[in-house]
Design a binder for this molecule. Sequence first.
Ligand code: AMP
Length: 514
Amino acid sequence: MNKQVSDYKMSNIYSVFENHFPVDRKKDFIETVDGQHISYAELELQVTKICHYLVSQLGLQKGDRVAVQVEKSPQVIFLYLACLRAGLIYLPLNTAYTESELQYFIENAEPSLVVCRPQSMALFGKIAETNPIAHIKSLDEQGQGEIIEAASAQDSGFTTVECDKDDIAVILYTSGTTGRPKGAMISHGSLAANGLSLVNYWQWTEDDVLLHALPIFHIHGLFVACHTALLSGSKMLFVPKFDADTIIGLLPRATAMMGVPTFYTRLLLNDGFNKDVCANMRLFISGSAPLLEQTFEEFQQRTGHTILERYGMTETGMNTSNPYNGERLPGTVGFPLPGVEARIVHDDGSQVNQGEVGNLQVKGANVFQGYWRMPEKTAEEFTGDGFFKTGDMAMMNDQGYISIVGRGKDMVITGGFNVYPKEIELEIDEIDGVLESAVIGIPHADFGEGVTAVIVASDKAQLPTEGEMIRLLKSKLASFKVPKKIIIVDALPRNTMGKVQKNLLRETYQDIFQ
Ligand code: AMP
């Protein structure tokens, strides 16, 4: 199988998935940790019934948004696929988001349907008082809830809604340095192009068994992982949350795993993790944050496997990958994937010399359609000749391998999640007694980076204690965004242009988590 998206009379991405389902639909699509086996036939039946419910019962129409903040279960995948098939725009939300964050997403995206955990029904009900939401339905961690119950009584035939390759399939919010999260609009065509490219590049086949322990509200777990399985008709071992013992128990039955670097460091800390456990595996993939060379090497020594590191982002899907057959170089993210053009340029747009650091820009069918209701922001992020400015700083070696050397936008990646300093700084600056703040990422053995706030007091007497500030921030922000340490200083270092020199702060406090 070596089909590209251009081989399809492009319609709905669900039809592209369907074309790759195994001929024998009795084959497993998902096996859960509690021993449930869900076949491709069951997947098709459930998706059809949910489509009926969404369209005939709830009256949703092509282009309507469906916001989903739920725990991971196979039923969430059914709901996701039903939205795609019915031409609705799926909007996954991190389960850690708090009330004020959710309020913003609902106000901005105006979903017609919200699907949430049973315990969040009241919260969304309250949000709906100021931002009307036509329907709010629950889905619990067992995959049970109104939608699933009501869908069971529905018809089992549904005509997939025609979609153009540029029609929006998913909106995924990514924060911005300006503080406000931006909704990246990802089309049916981009998802199909990127997914098919990965299946080919990583040589995925129907015989693969993917160990899936990632969250499914993010590009990594939802697109990279689930789409490769769906586009090769293979099976997933579905684990609700990463836990080293569970993973070690399942690895002997898997052939591939995708993880954030934290997964690999945690596995290496476990004495039960060894070569024998990995005997059936053909591929370990890492992404979403830089993989330390030390982890890469320790992993190779312990298991004999060479982790394949790749690089991508919400707005673009996957851009580069280390080779499947050739040498996988630690500290690099490999080569541009087929169909992706990548270039490294100076601030003035001129090409850097080989080995020099510059801004990474990409172009291809994988790139998103723009930010939801932010045309100016979208225009700013593209060059005149159609390249997307990733915001990452990169360099290329003499063999063409790309390394991501830093993030122009100063984003912090903690446990695989992105934290945009500006958003946290804005909250900290609201605290009584705070004059200003700078949020940085400091190397942390477990999380990759630990969120750290450096603050200047306007009135030291008024300033709450570190513990009180952390508690206060926890009520406003998802816990992964809350600083693990708060440092008080007399002044922030600034350059002549008045910009805070975060690199100096990072250097000064580089050892605080050691
Ligand atoms: P997200 O949109 O959440 O997927 O985050 C995308 C960002 O994560 C990129 O812009 C990079 O800064 C970072 N990233 C993803 N993969 C890697 C990688 N393999 N190495 C370094 N940074 C990465």
